[in-house]
Ligand binder design. Structure first.
Ligand SMILES: [Zn+2]
Ligand SMILES: [Zn+2]
Length: 88
């Protein structure tokens, strides 16, 4: 079989896109998907992104001592996840 760079690049792009969706769909703190969060709390699930590692987590799963008020507060404050807080 001939190697087709364009087809391969297309494949990679799709693969990476699907993969990053998958990453985003799992909460860093509890590992659950967005779907199981919705089932668990029966309301809209709010995600925030870590400024350092770009991992996603659900606000409700963040420990109380790291919790900020609303989604907007996280966006304003360069929020860092527990992994990035530890490495200073
Ligand atoms: Zn969670
Ligand atoms: Zn992080």
């Amino acid at each position: 079989m001939l190697f087709e760079p364009m087809a391969y690049r297309q494949y990679l792009k799709t693969y990476l896109l699907e993969n990053s969706d998958f990453m985003r769909d799992n909460c860093l703190y509890c590992g659950r998907t967005g779907y199981s969060h919705r089932v668990m709390c029966g309301k809209k699930v709010e995600w925030v992104e870590c400024m350092d590692c770009n991992r996603w987590m659900v606000i409700d799963c963040i420990p109380d001592e790291d919790k900020l008020g609303t989604t907007a507060d996280y966006e304003k404050s360069d929020f860092k996840c527990i992994l990035c807080q530890e490495k200073h």
